[in-house]
Write a protein that binds this ligand. Structure first.
Ligand code: A3P
Ligand code: MG
Ligand code: MG
Length: 366
C-alpha cells in the first residue's frame, strides 16, 4: 500500500500549476426515469423565482419543503460505474471518427473530492481506478457506499432539488407558457433528470476528461463552440448575519466545494439560494466562480486556498501516474479526516466493472 501524505500544505502553496480552461466535448442526459440519452434534452434554463415578488417578507417567502411528500427520488443504490460516460464517449468517437485521448477519465464528483481534500476536515472517500490501453489510460470511478440518511437530512437534500425546480425552466423563458413559469411552485420535484457536460481540461501535466452534471444555462448555449458557455451551478445554504463569524467561516468552507465543483467543469457562475434554518428561501446571491478564491483570500480567515487545491490535485495526479503505470485495478481511499490518501493495487488486470464490454468491443475495432 502506498500513501500520499499531506499533513503539511506548504509544498502546495504559491503560484498554481498550469491549468487549461475546460472545453466541452459533448453532452448527455438522463431523463425523468433516469434513462440515458446521447443528447442534451435535460438541459434546464435559469429563471429566478422572485420575479413577481421583489420584496421577500415573512409572509411571502418561499417554503422549500412544499412538495416533499411527492418527491420522486432517484434510486442511487445502482452503481452505473463509468458506463454513461463511456457510452457517450463511444458515440462521440463514432460520430467524429476521432479517438479521444486523455490521461484520466472520471466523474467530476471524484475530482472535486481530491481538490478539496487538503481543507476538508471530515473528508472521506473510496474509489476504484483502473488502467486500460494507453490512451484513456486511467479511469477512476466511485465505489458507492449505500448510506442511510436521517429524515431531517432527507428534507434538507430535498430543499436543494426544490430550489433547482423553482429556479429553472425546461425551455428558454420566451418559449414557455405562463403555466410553465408560474406553475413551478407546484411542480413535482424529480431528481432523475440530469444534464451532463463532458469536458476536456488540463491540470499540471495531465489531460483529464471529466463528466458532470450542470444545473442550468443562463440565457442559452452559444452557437460558436469556442465561446464559453454561461452555465450555472445552483446551491442552497443557510443564511447568516454579517456579524456571525462562526457561520461565515462555515459558509466559507462550503464555498471551497462550490468553487471546486464549478471550476472543474468550467461553470462560470454559482447562484446561492440562502434559506432560513427551517427551509424558507430568503434571498439569492450570484458569485463568479473565478472570484471565489480571491474573496476567501482577502477575507483572511484562511479556511482554504484555491491555488493549494490546484497544486495538490496536480501533485496527487503525478503520484497516480507514477504508480498506476501498467494494466491493473487499484483502490484510492481517504479515511475520515485523515491527512493521507492510500493507494492499493487489488488486481493485475483492468477492472471489467469499470471498462465495460461494450466499450472494449468499440475500442477493439476503432
Ligand atoms: P444543495 O447543494 O443546494 O444542498 P448539486 O448542488 O451538486 O447540483 O446537487 C443538488 C442537490 O443534491 C444538493 O442541493 C443536495 O440537496 C443534493 N446533494 C448533492 N450532493 C449530495 C451529497 N453528496 N449528499 C447528499 N445530498 C447531495
Ligand atoms: Mg446539480
Ligand atoms: Mg446544484
Amino acid at each position: 500500500m502506498l500513501s500520499f501524505r499531506f499533513e503539511k500544505l506548504n509544498a502546495f502553496q504559491g503560484k498554481s500549476a498550469a491549468i487549461k480552461r475546460p472545453r466541452e466535448i459533448t453532452v448527455f442526459s438522463f431523463d425523468d426515469s433516469h434513462k440515458h440519452h446521447l443528447d442534451g434534452r435535460s438541459l434546464r434554463y435559469y429563471y429566478p423565482p422572485f420575479v413577481q415578488v421583489p420584496y421577500i417578507t415573512e409572509k411571502n417567502r418561499i417554503d422549500l419543503s412544499q412538495g416533499f411528500e411527492t418527491f420522486i427520488k432517484h434510486d442511487d443504490s445502482v452503481n452505473l460505474h463509468l458506463n454513461p460516460l463511456l457510452d457517450t464517449i463511444q458515440h462521440y468517437e463514432e460520430q467524429t471518427g476521432a479517438k479521444l485521448k486523455a490521461d484520466i477519465l472520471t466523474w467530476r464528483g471524484m475530482m472535486t473530492k481530491i481538490f478539496i481534500a487538503p481543507f476538508d476536515m471530515f473528508g472521506e472517500f473510496e474509489m476504484n481506478a483502473t488502467c486500460y490501453q494507453n490512451q484513456l489510460a486511467k479511469a477512476a470511478e466511485w465505489k458507492s457506499k449505500t448510506q442511510r440518511v436521517s429524515s431531517s437530512l432527507e428534507k434538507m437534500q430535498f430543499w436543494g432539488y426544490k430550489f433547482e425546480t423553482l429556479a429553472t425552466l425546461p425551455k428558454q423563458w420566451q418559449d414557455c407558457t405562463r403555466g410553465e413559469i408560474e406553475g413551478r411552485d407546484t411542480e413535482v420535484v424529480n431528481n432523475n433528470p440530469q444534464y451532463c457536460s463532458v469536458v476536456r481540461t488540463g491540470i499540471g501535466n495531465h489531460t483529464i476528461v471529466i463528466g458532470g452534471e450542470v444545473d442550468a444555462v443562463e440565457g442559452c448555449k452559444p452557437d460558436d463552440p469556442n465561446d464559453s458557455i454561461p452555465y450555472i451551478e445552483l446551491k442552497t445554504s443557510e443564511d447568516f448575519r454579517g456579524d456571525d463569524d462562526f457561520a461565515a467561516k462555515k459558509f466559507e468552507r462550503k464555498m471551497c466545494r462550490f468553487w471546486a465543483q464549478s471550476f472543474l467543469l468550467g461553470v462560470p457562475k454559482v447562484i446561492i439560494g440562502f434559506r432560513s434554518k427551517d427551509g424558507h428561501l430568503q434571498r439569492l446571491e450570484e458569485w463568479k466562480t473565478m472570484d471565489i478564491p480571491s474573496f476567501v483570500k482577502n477575507r483572511g480567515m484562511r479556511t482554504w486556498d484555491g491555488n493549494v487545491c490546484i497544486n495538490f490535485a496536480a501533485a496527487f495526479l503525478d503520484f497516480l501516474k507514477q504508480h498506476i503505470n501498467d494494466e491493473g485495478t487499484w483502490t484510492i481511499e481517504q479515511k475520515k479526516g485523515d491527512k493521507q490518501i492510500l493507494l492499493s493495487k487489488i488486481s493485475d488486470e483492468y477492472s471489467r466493472d469499470i471498462v465495460s464490454t461494450k466499450f472494449r468491443e468499440h475500442r477493439a475495432t476503432f
